[in-house]
Design a binder for this molecule. Structure first.
Ligand code: PLP
Length: 471
């Protein structure tokens, strides 16, 4: 492709992108397809000779787009909804164009230094102490794995050389994200040594049980080395009592990691900063701008007050990566598993500058407001109930029928293409999850979805096989 063609197709692609964002409500949120449909449509082998961009773009429209789940759709309300906002999208294009690798300061100073600046800005927005050193990883799963590795380094520095878990035990709530257990599996802590602490009636970790379990393990000769608290759990967005958990972690000399992958974003709103109470005592915290800070996936921010321990856990510098600036510069490769690093900070910088603190706060406040309003509507409807408190922008609710009725309701709503909701199980019951997080979501979108949910439940109740119909 010569430069003239690049320019022409570049304009064409940007036009497509702008049209897509403008008309996104016209797309079904979920594709109507079966597993294997796209594979069957595409050639079994790559082309021998190069193909024209016209042909590639045509196939993109005809084959790829119909197989998309539209995460950028304002009525994508499943999992934790996300947004690739326009400034972030433009930054992604520049990141690919520059194609720099920030493994070392020297390999691209801008990657390292913009990461330092943007993470300092974000830290200030979130009201975290200046001692929190920041680094960008791809996902919260990887951020939390690094937290567990640093915790192990603090508890058992020989683990790095000798390997294998020597009596270390990790504590997290039964509602924490599966990435915590996966991190423990990856690092050889072992699932058997992950204690899933039960939650209270509001899905918050029970600190009395946490303390009992840690004490029992200590008496049994084990070493409680890491406690992971969650601010915004995946199923219900509940907030663990971090101040009390910090007391217990301190008592046992354990590393405290706060998983605020989703909920942490709300702390940029000044009146909501209380959600991070206790996090000032954490050794580390993760927040994902790719979840609720309008930054295209992927970008996860990891903060730690003990960067020297993280560095001790991971630094391994071969001769060919030594530079004259090593004593004066941050080389981010020293703080994690990966060597090569994308220029992710650029997209966060674009988003923070273009939206500004005010803009970000306004959107997050509106999402939380919509969630409260919707929860009130659901609560006041005789056929529905709200299944968990709504501290952020996630509403968990269910139809007052059987689990099968709720499953059928979810399937039917999602099959309509008008919205995408997800589910969880709370206290043994199947529950629908509606997560608001897209930058373009308006109250009218949620009214439409609520209407769809009610109409669908009504229609299901009149069908003969439904238990809601009394049959
Ligand atoms: N932590 C929490 C609380 C989450 O809800 C999620 C995902 O939803 C994760 C961690 C994992 O995030 P990621 O996909 O960035 O690994």
């Amino acid at each position: 492709m010569n430069n003239e063609e690049f320019r022409r197709y570049g304009h064409q692609v940007v036009d497509w992108m702008a049209d897509y964002l403008e008309n996104i409500r016209d797309y079904p949120v979920l594709p109507a397809m079966q597993p294997g449909d796209l594979v069957d449509r595409l050639p079994v082998a790559a082309p021998e000779g190069g193909e024209s961009m016209d042909a590639i773009l045509e196939d993109f429209e005809q084959s790829i787009v119909p197989a998309l789940t539209h995460w950028n759709h304002p009525r994508f309300l499943a999992y934790f909804a996300v947004s690739g906002s326009p400034p972030g999208i433009l930054a992604e294009m520049l990141i690919a164009t520059l194609n720099v690798n920030g493994m070392l300061w020297k390999s691209c100073p801008a990657v390292t230094e913009l990461e330092q600046v943007t993470l300092s800005w974000l830290r200030q927005w979130m009201g975290l102490r200046p001692e929190f050193f920041g680094i960008i990883y791809d996902t919260a799963s990887i951020s939390s794995m690094h937290a567990i590795a640093a915790a192990r380094e603090m508890a058992d520095p020989e683990a790095r050389t000798r390997g294998a878990n020597r009596g270390l035990t990790l504590y997290t709530s039964e509602h924490s994200h599966s990435s915590i257990e996966k991190g423990a599996i990856t690092l050889g802590v072992g699932q058997e040594n992950v204690r899933q602490i039960p939650v209270d009636g509001n899905f918050r970790m029970r600190v009395d049980v946490l303390r009992e379990r840690m004490e029992a393990d200590r008496l049994a000769g084990l070493k409680p080395f890491c406690v992971v608290a969650t601010v915004g759990t995946t199923s219900t967005s509940s907030i663990d009592p971090v101040p009390a958990i910090a007391d217990v972690a301190t008592e046992f000399g354990a590393w405290l990691h706060v998983d605020a992958a989703y909920g942490g974003a709300a702390a940029v709103v000044p009146e909501l900063q209380g959600i991070l109470a206790g996090a000032e005592r954490a050794h580390s915290l993760v927040v994902n701008p790719h979840k609720w800070l309008f930054t295209p996936i992927d970008l996860s921010v990891f903060y730690t007050t003990r960067p020297e321990i993280l560095r001790r856990a991971f630094s391994l510098v071969p001769e060919y990566l030594k530079t004259g600036e090593d004593t004066r510069a941050v080389n981010y490769m020293d703080y994690g598993v990966q060597l090569g690093r994308r220029f992710r900070a650029l997209k966060l910088w674009f988003v923070m500058r273009n939206l500004g603190h005010e803009g970000v706060c306004r959107i997050i406040r509106s999402h939380i407001g919509y969630a409260q309003r919707l929860a009130d509507l659901i609560r006041s409807h005789p056929d529905f109930e709200v299944s968990a408190p709504t501290p952020f922008s996630l509403v968990c609710f269910r139809y007052r029928g059987s689990d099968d009725d709720n499953r059928a309701l979810l399937d039917r709503v999602n099959a309509s293409g008008k919205a995408f909701l997800s589910h969880t199980v709370l206290n043994g019951q199947f529950v629908l999850r509606l997560a608001i997080g897209n930058i373009a979501t308006q109250w009218e979108d949620l009214e439409e979805v609520w209407d769809l949910v009610r109409q669908t439940a009504k229609a299901l109740a009149t069908e003969p096989h439904s238990s809601a119909s009394g049959n």
